[in-house]
Design a protein around this ligand. Structure first.
Ligand code: SF4
Length: 351
């Protein structure tokens, strides 16, 4: 899809045609099923300082927690006992969990349940750590870039760069992970053109999955006084992501449920999303995982209701990547730099 058309679609309130097109693409490339991933938020420590996030290190009001190793493994067991075949382990960028400890947790789960997929969402680490996690049995890695605009990225993520983020994503892909990126809709300072580039970047990265959700302010952050975007804009970005990526897995995010508790996720599933991630983080912890305010709790029962109301099929299958990686592997290139991602993005713009 041309950049011009994307900008046009994002600049005008959505007509039904866009949503219908996204739904048709979803039916053709994915089907009617909604894949369920059970998520455990095992630590809210983070040494980074992202301006929009309540877990940022400068937030002294948050009560921090780290789950114990056995606690995490037994929560994974609980997810698997529900028949769910993807376990997502998520935390802030917490180096309090060494590569050794996390690898041990992963391999304990995989030894008992080799049929289950493990997705990691633990931020930026040393390159050796990603390899260690992969060797321990991790299958997928989520590392959202949040924005494709390098200067906005640098402003929102002190001390970090978009270039590095993209290099990591390429590395993760190269060592065999299914990768997930994604972006926030409605970030303060974001332009419609940035959103169009966010979508083209997902295409250029050939992501296996992409998490796209609205910006929701958190009271203890520097962006506390900024308003979230409208539901319509968020849904348009999601619908365009479906049309552009075709078969990437796209969750109807918890942030979408927070933005509009009644309709957010149901509409998300109707216009192209195909994944829900019910939260298995126990009480006592989950209220403290305050990445944004009023985070809605979507548990397994709620996820079932949402799928029913969206008139889709509930699936506990692994829901692995639908991308064909052979062309990527055939290149035999040792180094794929972030520059090449931008090159491909340019080609994508010229489509
Ligand atoms: S967005 Fe991620 S890396 Fe940034 S402060 Fe929050 S948890 Fe940490």
């Amino acid at each position: 899809m041309e950049r011009k058309r994307i900008i046009q679609e994002l600049s005008t309130p959505a007509g039904e045609e866009l949503f219908q097109e996204a739904e048709e693409v979803c039916k053709r490339y994915i089907g009617e099923q909604v894949y369920i991933r059970g998520i455990i938020e095992f630590s809210n420590y983070c040494f980074r300082d992202c301006l929009y996030c309540g877990l940022r290190r400068s937030n002294k009001r948050i009560k921090r927690y780290r789950m114990r190793e056995e606690e995490i493994v037994s929560l994974a067991e609980k997810i698997i006992l529900c028949g769910i075949k993807t376990v997502v382990l998520q935390s802030g960028d917490d180096m309090g969990f060494s590569a050794e400890t996390l690898s041990r947790i992963i391999s304990k789960i995989k030894k008992r349940h080799p049929e289950v997929a493990i997705t990691l969402c633990v931020g930026e680490r040393d390159f050796e750590d990603y390899k260690a996690f992969k060797d321990a049995g991790a299958d997928r890695y989520l590392l959202k870039q949040e924005t494709s605009n390098p200067s906005l990225y640098a402003r929102l993520h002190p001390g970090q760069s978009l270039k590095k983020r993209l290099e990591i994503l390429e590395y993760l892909k190269r060592i065999g992970y299914q990768i997930g990126a994604g972006n926030i809709v409605g970030l303060p300072g974001q332009r419609i053109e940035d959103l169009a580039d966010d979508l083209l970047l997902l295409q250029a990265l050939e992501v296996d999955m992409a998490g796209i959700g609205p910006f929701i302010p958190q009271q203890d952050t520097p962006l506390a006084n900024f308003a979230p975007p409208g539901l319509d804009l968020t849904l348009r970005v999601l619908a365009l992501a479906r049309i552009i990526t075709k078969n990437a897995h796209l969750p109807a995010t918890t942030a979408l449920a927070t933005l509009d508790p009644q309709r957010g996720q149901i509409l998300g599933l109707r216009i192209g999303a195909n994944v829900l991630m019910p939260d298995f983080t126990p009480e006592g912890y989950r209220e403290r995982y305050t990445i944004y305010d009023n985070k809605r709790r979507v548990d397994l029962e709620e996820a079932k209701k949402v799928v029913r109301k969206a008139r889709k099929k509930f699936s506990t299958d692994r829901g692995d990547s639908l991308k064909n990686r052979s062309s990527f592997q055939k290149t035999g290139r040792e180094e794929i730099s972030s520059q090449s991602v931008f090159e491909r993005r340019r080609y994508a713009c010229a489509d």
